[in-house]
Design a protein around this ligand. Structure first.
Ligand code: EZ4
Ligand code: CO
Length: 402
């Protein structure tokens, strides 16, 4: 099963996506998502200029060997660009293997460990009433879990407050927009939001919140403690996680469960977080953390330490990643939850897929491979457009984590 062709397809049906398409001598093709929000073309070049020439002629069935070849063979290891490129190759090879043996990928990963995959949606509002209404729409739509974000009174910006109801999309065309941040206003406000949400929706719906790397460990400890009465499913990305030890301090102060890892690119970003039991959910994804192969290794380590998975699933992860994530989620024993931000109709038309949503849960479908494709003719109608995530500054002008 020699690889005879591999190509990068860049398109922007509402937002930018980079997709790797690998074809074998039998004419089987596999897809891998290679989208790195705001740095798309770097991954495209890494694949086209440095990886694709190495793929031609390789045996598509040697998934692990190809992974190790690309990881060890670069000499300079890891980093988001490298790992996103490796992820795309790995994902495409799993897709090809599934199609070659005519089975859905989850069956090759040990089979289904559950009947379906619980997902959470994004509710946001420019004030508490709006956020309550947005959560209500998700509950009515059958969601069992909802992430709630809200603008802070008298603050012009807040993370997670988007332009559309279902299609929150933080990247903006052109150069990165500047936003303002105040920890002083954020910390006392968030518990009032969740106090209201519990009053409105009762104890059963799972509520989540994303801090988006904005606090210090002791501030995060305070927030987690003040949210304990509202028993969140998790508090996400409380602090930037370059310093894994920072989580020890958060853990000492709160029983609010902690999730982290959407920007991690390998097990080395989280081994200490996992083995020290400082977190409850690991959010690494197929597209940014080494593909299905490496994500399984992270999940297997996490399983030993009672840490469950909760993969990133924002709109900047394409339907190809979403499909791969759902095969992984259905199979892996220590699955926790899957993030699900709906893609726009334009995106869904470019990437026809077998996965489905109903009653708050998803299923990858039973098509062979990943069950997702790309309509290249349609994709060509949406050329790349430069777009960037915002940056954030504190009120005195100091750069802050966005
Ligand atoms: O800001 O995917 O949990 N979800 C998130 C996302 C991220 C974007 C960045 O590209 O934090 O909305
Ligand atoms: Co997040």
């Amino acid at each position: 099963m020699r690889i005879t062709d591999a190509r990068v397809i860049i398109c922007s049906p509402g937002r930018n996506f980079v997709t790797l398409k690998v074809t074998t001598e039998e004419g089987i093709h596999g897809l891998g998502d290679a989208t790195l929000n705001g740095r798309e073309l770097a991954v495209a070049s890494y694949l086209t200029d440095h990886i694709i020439p190495l793929l031609i002629g390789r045996d598509a069935r040697r998934i692990e060997d190809t992974w190790q070849y690309l990881y060890k063979g670069a000499y300079w290891r890891r980093g988001p660009v490298t790992m996103t490129a490796i992820s795309a190759v790995d994902t495409a090879l799993w897709d090809i293997l599934g199609k070659a043996v005519n089975r859905p990928v989850y069956e090759l990963l040990g089979g289904a460990s559950r009947d379906s995959v619980m997902v959470y949606g994004h509710a946001n509002g420019s004030n508490v009433d709006d956020t309550v209404a947005a959560v209500g729409r998700y509950v009515t739509a059958g969601y069992k879990a909802v992430r709630a974000q809200c603008a802070i009174p008298d603050m012009p910006h807040a993370y997670g407050v988007g332009r559309g109801d279902l299609y929150y999309e933080p990247a903006e065309r052109g150069t990165p927009p500047e936003t303002a941040w105040s920890t002083e206003r954020y910390l006392p406000f968030v518990p009032t939001l969740f106090e209201r949400l519990r009053r409105e929706f009762g104890p059963d719906v799972h509520l989540l919140h994303d801090v988006h790397h904005r606090l210090t460990p002791i501030e995060a400890g305070r927030l987690g403690k003040s949210l304990e009465p509202y028993h969140l499913f998790w508090m996400e990305d409380p602090v930037p996680a370059e310093l894994q030890e920072g989580f020890r301090l958060i853990r000492q102060h709160t029983t609010t469960p902690i999730a982290v890892g959407e920007v991690f690119d390998s097990v080395f970003d989280c081994h200490q977080l996992i083995t020290s039991q400082w977190i409850d959910y690991i959010r690494t994804t197929v597209v940014h953390a080494g593909g299905i192969s490496h994500l399984r290794k992270i999940a297997n380590l996490a399983e030993l330490y009672h840490v469950r998975t909760g993969s990133h699933g924002a709109t900047d992860l394409s339907p190809v990643c979403m499909a791969a994530a759902l095969h992984f989620d259905l199979s892996v024993h220590n699955f926790g939850i899957q993030e699900y931000m709906r893609h726009t109709d334009d995106t869904d038309l470019v990437f026809p897929h077998a996965y489905t949503f109903a009653d708050g849960v998803m299923h990858p479908g039973n098509a062979s491979g990943l069950g997702v494709d790309i309509d290249e003719l349609l994709a060509a109608q949406y050329p790349y457009e430069p777009a960037y995530l915002p940056v954030a500054r504190r009120q005195d002008g100091t750069m802050h984590s966005w």
